[in-house]
Design a protein around this ligand. Structure first.
Ligand code: ANZ
Ligand code: ZN
Length: 875
């Protein structure tokens, strides 16, 4: 009876050939508003790991589903091909970054093809191609002209291992200091001339825009909000004798009477000025900048600052906990009400005067901890007794030295890297003219040949470095920094639209038509890097006039992690499972069926096994059918039951696909496969019903297992390829299917229970009796009743119910407490038909004849029946 085994490995090549021949996944350039489904393109490290498989299985399943729904779909793939690892690998293996990267791409593309990912390869892009990265240089020029590029001496994060600077977002806070995100080496500080994109110009917009991103996970939005870190407060001027004014930024102007010192960062102008004359300050500044002093160290200067509110003279400190690029780089220290100031004052033995008291009975002991809440002012002169918020307002109005101010935590995006394998920054340095942009018609500035050296290979490329100034024609040095690779990925989703255009970075008209990306899938670890940068780029490109939309992505899905033995799969932990180990298609189905895309899940051999089994089960049913089985011509009630279950499954699976809940779709598909198997075993299935069932099943699972889908579709003689087959639609409306299902499940449970408690081995017949019409009538009234008081009376006022008499009265009483909370039921005729269609399930399970009756045919038996819960008699 059972069909052949399905062997994925034997069919991949054939179907890949067919898909290529049919251009199955290519999108026509003339497409109108296609669905854009995108996975974050991979860094080219060689071989796909399980995280990639999961990421791209999600986009592929969704893209395939939409395509079968007759949408035009853009589902492209490309390579994030620049970056330090290629350089390191090249040095270790005595090759060059380009060859290494190309080899990785070849491997990864093969893996993707084996997994059956349906990409439009005609749109493939690779960021290390000059044809791609020239546009990074083009945008650099555009941004420069727009005032979005700055060249500044800055104290920057420096990773000694990677020998490059890092953006703030690439520095990870560890318990014992900051480390490099890539190699976990402690990060130091260096002073260098650096290139920045002034993303801070967009701080407010990027923050506000979050409110409209309804399709983004709340967690990512919250991370971005915190990263942007908007603070509303006041800027207050303190006069420092023999120096001049120092501005501080505070969110708590109400605490100004509690300031016991003023502190500036080591990079503050005041610190630099003092360092020129005072040895001790110079030493402190120096050690703070290079080694990063212990957190709450500081040096007291001999200067004092006047508190503009109290007139008090406060000592002035240089302290490393005050950050140079936050606010004004200076703070008024209010230790009684601010954690960090408290730590500092304690370490430096400074007074800790309390000026705010809690209004409730929060216990406060300034001797052991600061009170950071709002409250009522005390020891604050004429402001005593005011609450924090009105006190701030009054102080703002009263003090000439204070005015409203806003600061952001977000810093400008440091984009220069002292590495080889990236986009050369299109600038030359001229003695006369300073930094000068390379003219547009000289782009791309191509990378010179790679040479192995400890430092930046670009510095060693003399011919590359020596050039002439585009402005004055004099001798000049080419910039040897390259761009952060996050620049490459900030606009790649636009390049897919017109990858071959050599006159523009992308086709603007098409971009306006096709974007934003409808569904974007990738890891949450990019929340403040890539996912913020693409938002910035999109806004900047919009302001430059290249596009007319402002947000790049409508719906964002952060896929969860695949765990193995409770930990994230990783090479270093040695718990990696290769996608090939269990067969690519099984792996793919497993990662989709294991959990909601956003949830982490554990890799288990047992669950992988069940992903394998369901494929075999479906294939075997289809194969057996295709070889011919005995079928019935006449239509019987059970055929109707199966037909409706097919409809219901279509509806349910479509909804799950729509919500990207593939794991639930798989459950439904399993259910239908099981039912069809049971149906065939029960007797001869009806030819048309069974065929339809198998064809539906095939199309429902095809987005998850595309090779299996094609094989089955072929066996079932479907038109064309399943990738282009239409999505199945229900034959009957399926609105009250939930109620129907509940009734059938309940009936089966009830019968099982009867068989369990009584020994019914010899039972020959089950009689199932629908409740009388009057019970349905009372039930309906109970569901609709506005109040439950006097429900019985209202029911019995009806003449028909009086005719029924006592039974009606007691049924009404039974429902009285549950009025309005009753689940929907069918009407009596519908219920009868449903039970009649479903009765074969009881026959099949218990091996007995089943008779379904209306109440009229079986009066006294119907007494026990309720709407939705027929009476059951076993004989
Ligand atoms: C005085 C004060 C009193 C502050 C108080 C807070 C509470 P948050 O706290 O995250 O909202 N600040 C300002 N510039 C700084 C810099 N360059 N380096 C380090 N800290 C700085 O951020 C606002 C507070 O951060 C500011 O308000 C300031 O401390 C501190 F009871 O001023 B506040
Ligand atoms: Zn010049």
């Amino acid at each position: 009876m059972s069909g052949r085994n399905y062997n994925h490995a034997q069919v991949t090549e054939y179907w890949q050939y067919v898909w290529n021949r049919e251009h199955a996944y290519e999108l026509d350039d003339g497409a109108v508003d296609p669905t854009y489904v995108l996975g974050m393109f991979p860094y080219t490290s060689g071989n796909l790991h399980m995280g990639h498989v999961r990421n791209y299985a999600i986009t592929d399943a969704y893209a395939r589903y939409r395509r079968m729904q007759a949408d035009d779909v853009l589902h492209p793939m490309g390579w994030d091909a620049f970056g330090l690892p290629a350089e390191n690998a090249a040095n270790e293996r005595f090759t060059d970054p380009r060859s290494w990267t190309e080899a990785c791409i070849t491997e990864m593309r093969e893996d993707m093809e084996e997994l059956g990912f349906g990409y439009d390869w005609s749109r493939e892009i690779t960021t290390c191609d000059p044809e791609y990265y020239r546009w990074n240089q083009y945008f650099f020029r555009k941004f420069y002209e727009e005032g979005l590029v700055e060249y500044d001496a800055a104290a920057v994060n420096w990773c000694p291992e990677c020998e490059t600077v890092l953006a703030d977002a690439q520095v990870v806070e560890h318990d014992d200091g900051d480390v490099c995100w890539r190699c976990e080496t402690p990060v130091g500080r260096r002073e260098l001339d650096q290139w920045f994109f002034t993303i801070t110009d967009y701080a407010e917009e990027l923050l506000d825009g979050l409110d409209d991103l309804d399709g983004w996970p709340e967690s990512v939005k919250e991370i971005q909000r915190n990263w942007i870190g908007k603070r509303e407060g006041a800027r207050v001027t303190f006069e420092v004798k023999e120096y001049g004014d120092v501005d501080v930024f505070t969110t708590r102007l109400d605490t100004i009477f509690g300031a016991s010192y003023l502190a500036v960062s080591p990079g503050h102008d005041l610190a630099r000025t003092l360092a020129e004359e005072r040895e001790a300050v110079a030493e402190y500044v120096e050690s703070a900048r290079s080694e990063r002093e212990t957190e709450f160290s500081g040096i007291r200067t001999d200067l004092t600052a006047t508190n503009p509110a109290s007139g008090e003279e406060l000592p002035v400190y240089v302290a490393s906990y005050v950050l140079e690029d936050v606010g004004t780089g200076a703070v008024m220290g209010v230790p009684a009400h601010n954690e960090r100031d408290y730590e500092f004052a304690t370490a430096q033995d400074l007074p800790i005067p309390q000026v705010v008291e809690p209004v409730d009975d929060t216990p406060v002991d300034i001797g052991t901890a600061p009170f950071t809440g709002e409250g009522m002012l005390t020891d604050s002169g004429e402001y005593d007794g005011l609450a924090s918020s009105p006190a701030r307002e009054r102080l703002l109005a009263d003090l000439d030295e204070a005015r409203e101010d806003v600061t952001y935590r977000l810093r400008d995006w440091l984009i220069s890297r002292q590495r080889y394998w990236g986009t050369p920054i299109p600038v030359v340095h001229c003695e006369e003219c300073g930094p000068v942009l390379v003219p547009e018609n000289e782009l791309p500035v191509e990378l010179p040949e790679f040479v192995q050296t400890r430092a930046n290979p670009l510095e060693a490329a003399t011919e590359f470095v020596q050039t002439t100034c585009p402005e004055c024609g004099g001798e000049a040095r080419r910039e040897t920094d390259t761009m952060d690779t996050f620049v490459d990925s900030s606009w790649y989703f636009l390049r897919y639209l017109s990858p071959d255009r050599s006159d523009v970075p992308f086709d603007s008209e098409r971009a306006n038509e096709w974007l934003p990306v409808d569904v974007y899938v990738g890891g949450e670890e990019h929340a403040v890097l890539h996912l913020l940068y693409i938002r910035f780029f999109t806004r900047a490109l919009s302001d430059i006039g290249l596009i007319d939309f402002e947000e790049p992505v409508e719906r964002l899905i952060n896929q969860g992690t695949v765990l193995h033995s409770g930990e994230k799969m990783s090479k270093t932990k040695g718990n990696v499972v290769s996608p090939h180990e269990y067969g690519a298609e099984t792996t793919r189905l497993f990662v989709l069926s294991a959990a909601h895309p956003e949830q982490d899940f554990e890799w288990t051999a047992r669950d992988v096994g069940s992903a394998y089994d369901i494929q075999q089960q479906i294939y075997s049913m289809v194969d057996t059918f295709a070889n011919g089985i005995d079928c019935r011509e006449s239509r019987e009630p059970q055929d109707e039951y199966v037909a409706r279950e097919i409809d219901r499954t279509i509806q349910a699976v479509s909804e799950e696909y729509e919500r990207v809940r593939f794991h639930r779709a798989v459950n439904e598909i399993r259910g239908l496969a099981g039912l069809l198997g049971q149906y065939r075993e029960y007797g001869q299935p009806h030819e048309a019903v069974y065929r339809r069932g198998l064809r539906v099943l095939t199309r429902l699972i095809a987005p998850l297992t595309p090779y299996l889908g094609e094989e089955c579709w072929n066996l079932l003689r479907g038109d064309g390829i399943v990738a282009h087959a239409g999505w199945p639609t229900p034959e009957h409306a399926v609105e009250d299917y939930a109620a129907q299902r509940r009734i059938v499940e309940q009936l089966r449970d009830d019968v099982r229970e009867i068989f369990e408690v009584a020994d019914l081995a010899d039972a020959a017949e089950i009689e199932v009796v629908v409740a009388p019409d009057w019970k349905f009538e009372i039930y309906r009234q109970a569901r609709e009743a506005e109040k439950r008081e006097a429900f019985v009376g209202t029911v019995m006022a009806d003449e028909r119910m009086q005719e029924v008499g006592e039974p009606a009265q007691s049924y009404a009483a039974e429902l009285e407490d549950r009025t309005q909370r009753l689940p929907p039921v069918l009407d009596p005729a519908e219920e009868f038909e449903l039970l009649d269609r479903a009765s074969w399930l009881l026959d099949d399970e218990f091996g007995v004849d089943v008779i379904v009756r209306r109440a009229e045919e079986s009066d006294e038996r119907a007494n026990k029946a309720r709407p939705g819960r027929p009476a059951i008699h076993v004989r």
